[in-house]
Design a protein around this ligand. Structure first.
Ligand SMILES: Cc1ncc(COP(=O)(O)O)c(C=O)c1O
Length: 448
């Protein structure tokens, strides 16, 4: 008997998660190129000329090396170590000690292909279905979705204008024990200018996190410091990791992305056992990160970054000011955050029935983008309420993440005015009054 096979049609089923986990809203929005781009956190200020200079230097060195020692030259274009290039890890370890007060050596560091890879890897190596993860509400979707993919139970904790409200961590730990018979496995924290709210934890709150979590040695803190270089005030940066002098309890994550996006490099200080498991996983994801970009990064972080960062910070600060002022002036009644760094303002309109997921389509048609707030909440899962109870879900649809990193202050002002007008039209409302979530003192110092 001859089997009838139509070779044109592929008949294949996908892994369960492909249906279950939504596409990243940020990645989806990147398909559009609206004039007024307030979507993904694309850096708009990069020291391109410095990158050219470094690449030119490398080419000169390489040509010389090829003449003198062709074997070593070949090595430079080959596979590298899974944990990362030694020179780059040395340069970054020194900078972490000096600037971020993180006590580490190059051997504590792992380089990944973007910080996104470590967010995936940590979930991959740690999470068994049913394990519990505590996160601020809202939180970065690049951490949430891989956690959901691995079957984690996600519990969100209340936040305010200063980030995660730390007293709820203890409440959550006790409720986990009572309801699920176990401790959470991970607490995910974004201490500086978080994504999506742009809020920053005070030193007092950071100390409270340490005091609450450290007595439980079955809970890992993941400290995501993606925006630590993009800060607008002169306050000293004190990471939670500073308290983890033995490198046992905190996975400290950094990225080169916000100051050099195309490198696609993340660098992380991880407790030993976690580091080994992550390297093992990475060996199967991509074997190793590109040696060539690591060499460029090594020169950039050794010689140039400290000169470039203040210029970049100043530029983003002007953009932040323009965004906050325009939101204050043009958006419908609501509340918004006053970021002390990073790329985003979080805006919540007073109209609870407003659905930013629907509105974003209208905005895109009119040449504007933003990320609808629902993306920063787990698709399923639990929340700790302000009344200390554990409930299912809790997503807000009347929220937006507005990114100011890509556009000039002029375009930001123009675009937010248009976005506000479109929202008024959409909401059929004409009252407007917004409340800033910073203190009046913070608020006034930026533009009055
Ligand atoms: C908080 C946070 N962590 C991690 C990442 C991922 O960084 P990378 O671009 O290095 O993969 C991002 C990217 O926007 C982020 O906002």
């Amino acid at each position: 008997m001859v089997l009838e096979i139509n070779p044109k049609n592929l008949e294949i089923s996908f892994a369960d998660w492909v249906e279950k986990i939504p596409e990243s809203e940020i990645r989806r929005l990147l398909r559009y190129s609206p004039k007024y781009y307030f979507g993904g956190g694309k850096p708009g200020l990069l020291p391109v000329q410095t990158f050219h200079k470094i690449i030119e230097e490398i080419v000169v060195d390489e040509k010389k090396l090829l003449r003198e020692n062709s074997t070593r030259s070949l090595d430079n274009y080959n596979y590298g170590k899974t944990e990362g290039n030694d020179d780059l890890r040395e340069v970054l370890a020194q900078r972490l000690n000096r600037k971020d007060k993180v006590n580490c050596t190059k051997d504590d560091l792992v380089i990944t292909t973007g910080s996104q890879q470590i967010l995936y890897a940590l979930n991959d190596v740690l999470i068994r279905p049913g394990d519990i993860i505590l996160v601020p509400r809202p939180t970065y979707l690049g951490f949430l979705r891989p956690a959901e993919k691995m079957g984690a139970k996600i519990i969100t904790l209340p936040t305010d204008e200063n980030g995660m409200i730390t007293e709820y961590i203890d409440v959550a730990i006790k409720l986990c024990k009572k309801e699920f018979g176990r401790n959470p496995k991970v607490l995910y924290v974004l201490p500086y200018s978080d994504n999506p709210k742009g809020t920053t934890l005070s030193n007092k709150r950071k100390q409270e996190i340490i005091d609450t979590v450290f007595p439980h040695n079955d809970i890992l803190i993941i400290e995501d410091a993606a925006y630590k270089e993009i800060q607008f005030d002169d306050k000293e940066y004190h990471p939670l990791k500073e308290h983890d002098t033995e490198n046992q309890r905190i996975a400290y994550l950094s990225s080169t992305t916000k100051e050099a996006a195309s490198f696609r490099l993340g660098y992380h200080v991880l407790p030993d056992r976690i580091r080994d498991a992550v390297i093992k996983a990475k060996g199967y994801y991509d074997l190793c990160t590109s040696e060539f970009t690591q060499r460029i990064a090594s020169k950039y972080y050794e010689k140039h970054i400290d000169e470039q960062i203040p210029i970049i910070q100043q530029g983003y600060k002007l953009r932040r000011d323009a965004m906050v002022k325009a939101v204050d002036e043009f958006m419908p009644e609501g509340i918004f955050t006053l970021p002390t760094g990073g790329f985003f303002v979080w805006y919540e309109t007073k109209d609870k029935a407003f659905d930013s997921k629907i509105f974003v389509e209208e905005a895109l048609e009119n040449g504007m983008s933003f990320v609808p707030g629902y993306s920063f909440f787990p698709s399923t899962g639990y929340s700790i309420t302000e009344e200390n109870s554990l409930i299912h879900g809790k997503t807000s649809t009347n929220t937006m993440r507005l990114g100011y990193s890509l556009l000039s202050p002029e375009l930001i002002t123009e675009g937010i005015e248009k976005l506000g007008d479109l929202m008024y039209e959409s909401q059929k409302r004409n009252t407007k009054k917004v409340k800033c979530l910073g203190t009046l003192e913070d608020y006034s110092k930026f533009w009055f």
